[in-house]
Design a protein around this ligand. Structure first.
Ligand SMILES: C[S@@+](CC[C@H](N)C(=O)[O-])C[C@H]1O[C@@H](n2cnc3c(N)ncnc32)[C@H](O)[C@@H]1O
Length: 279
């Protein structure tokens, strides 16, 4: 949930201070910042395990209740704690996701002077990647910086400084549902694993319409989303419902009036799909 303060800042498109001083030994960090919610889930798993063990070893007529509650809670909590968080968010995502965007940027023919907006930019991995390619262009990243992800504008600017492109990039508070820019502004708009965070289809549609509005006629929208398939259910259990199958995004992009849809799948630990469409 976004805080009220985050909503207000996002609406105003508030600029973020860029007086960043990095240490010599510092490296860019594009990992998942907010570990607390997931550590909390792991702790719930540990409690479930304790409850199940108590149910197993004490001699009590209602021990089966402890087992019935403890076993599923322990399984889900520890599964998420042991596989989903460290594997995907800490180890694999920063590497694979950045590589996918590198590949996309290299495959797309760009002049190099484009004006690009990265929506839901987080710690800046997608935006910074494009700023390296668009060496005569300009990149803006917007984010609500208020959700569970723990992403911070400070880290985005640190990463930009460490990657040597801080002069061509700007990070701002901004909501994808109300993009703080006029119509026909950008040549390219990107969204890296952002649209699934809008839970209602109505909001996803609204976001796509906003993106179309700020794109110049014929401008490109590029988004990458994790693919909901059998592999994802294995890795994320019921959390897989957060993401969508390919057909869902295809339909939504077409419904909101995007044209010339190009789709590419990237096979990874959890599969990614790239969708490119023109306004
Ligand atoms: C999974 S993270 C991806 C961050 C970044 N694109 C990347 O690839 O590292 C999703 C991001 O979307 C942002 N976000 C969620 N809802 C948003 C909204 N309504 N407007 C702008 N950003 C949003 C979150 O704050 C978070 O930083």
């Amino acid at each position: 949930m976004m805080s009220k303060k985050a909503v207000l800042k996002a609406k105003k498109g508030a600029k973020i201070s860029e007086n960043i001083k990095v240490k010599n030994s510092e490296k860019p960090n594009y990992g998942y910042v907010a570990l607390k919610p997931f550590l909390g889930i792991t702790m719930v798993g540990v409690v479930g395990l304790i409850v199940a063990l108590v149910g197993l070893f004490i001699d009590w007529s209602l021990s089966w209740v402890l087992l019935l509650v403890g076993i599923p809670v322990a399984f889900v909590g520890l599964y998420i704690g042991a596989s989903y968080i460290p594997m995907h968010y800490l180890l694999l995502r920063p590497r694979y996701f950045t590589n996918v965007w590198k590949q996309i940027a290299e495959n797309e023919s760009v002049k190099g002077d484009e004006y690009l907006l990265d929506t839901g930019c987080g710690t800046g991995s997608v935006a910074i990647n494009w700023a390296k390619i668009l060496d005569k262009g300009k990149v803006v990243g917007i984010d609500i910086y208020g959700g569970m992800s723990g992403n911070s504008p400070d880290q985005a600017y640190r990463n930009a400084e460490l990657e040597g492109i801080i002069k061509r990039i700007e990070f701002k508070h901004g909501n994808i549902l109300e993009i703080p820019y006029p119509d026909n502004t950008f040549d390219i708009v990107t969204a890296g694993s952002v649209l699934h965070e809008l839970h209602e289809e109505e909001d996803k549609t609204k976001a796509l319409k906003e993106i179309k509005r700020v794109l110049k006629p014929g401008g490109k929208f590029i988004t990458v989303e994790l693919l909901r398939d059998a592999r994802m259910f294995f890795a994320m259990l019921f959390f897989a419902f957060v993401w969508k199958p390919k057909q869902y995004w295809t339909n939504l992009l077409e419904k909101t009036g995007f044209k010339n849809l190009k789709i590419e799948e990237y096979k990874r630990y959890i599969n990614y799909v790239m969708y490119i469409a023109q306004s």
